[in-house]
Design a binder for this molecule. Structure first.
Ligand SMILES: [Zn+2]
Length: 253
């Protein structure tokens, strides 16, 4: 299903504003004022929305994955939750270290952690996941409900929305594309609008800096992996496009 972000609301917005203006026939000044506001939003919304759409491409998320996620929350974060919804405060950007969209998707789709992830197998059976996956050409896929907890960043999952990017050759080289920079900036802006409590934007490779903060919930001090993704070049590029929305980075937190 393709969702054309921001497009739904516009006809209704137009209708209600038009009705308001009609209803205020006498108050000319207010009418002009309202028309200007409408014009501003119409131009802004179409300009903002035309480049990107979010395509739903769900990974497997049966009640079993939900139940395994609850177990993870209990063991690692010490919380007894009745559902796995989160209140996002952080956006974490990643690369998949897999060169293709389908290859990346196939790593995230199964509910059980793949057998080659021995590095984190002891920490729980639920597979790794991410809310979004961005292809090399900037196409954005939503893999799971935005407010479900995904397993993508040790310590921070309960507060963090994850965006994976196809690429990161050998889990080392910073090869993400300009189209991915733009798509990530779009998503960051989209998420901050939808979840105003989000206050941090970080790369996975920066996550150690979050250890002493209130958002770090991990109980096991030894459960930690070294990360390179998605690198400083990519983070700087994305951050430069969203400066105006005022998200902090971990060094400032
Ligand atoms: Zn990562």
């Amino acid at each position: 299903m393709i969702l054309r972000q921001m497009h739904f609301g516009l006809p209704r917005l137009f209708q209600s504003l038009a009705m308001t203006v009609i209803g205020m026939g006498k108050a000319k000044k207010q009418s002009i004022y309202l028309k200007s506001i409408f014009l501003f939003f119409a131009i802004f919304s179409f300009g903002y929305a035309k480049d990107f759409v979010i395509i739903d491409k769900p990974i497997d998320f049966s009640p079993n994955r939900i139940s395994m996620t609850k177990d993870y929350i209990k063991v690692h974060y010490g919380l007894d939750v009745k559902d796995i919804t989160i209140n996002p405060k952080i956006i974490v950007l990643h690369w998949t270290a897999v060169p293709t969209l389908e290859g990346s998707f196939d790593r995230l789709r199964p509910e059980l952690l793949l057998t080659d992830r021995k590095d984190i197998a002891a920490a729980g059976a639920v597979n790794v996941s991410s809310h979004f996956l961005v292809d090399r050409d900037g196409t954005i896929y939503r893999l799971m409900p935005e407010n479900y907890m995904a397993r993508h960043t040790i310590g921070l999952n309960y507060y963090a929305i994850g965006i994976e990017n196809v690429g990161g050759k050998g889990d080392k080289s910073e090869d993400l594309t300009q189209a991915q920079v733009k798509a990530n900036a779009y998503l960051v802006r989209y998420l901050k609008t939808k979840y105003p409590d989000i206050e941090l934007l970080m790369g996975h490779h920066e996550y150690a800096k979050m250890k002493k903060t209130k958002y770090w919930l991990e109980k096991d001090d030894n459960y930690f992996t070294q990360k390179n993704d998605p690198g400083d070049i990519f983070m700087n590029a994305v951050r430069s496009k969203v400066v105006d929305i005022g998200l902090k980075n971990p060094s400032e937190f």
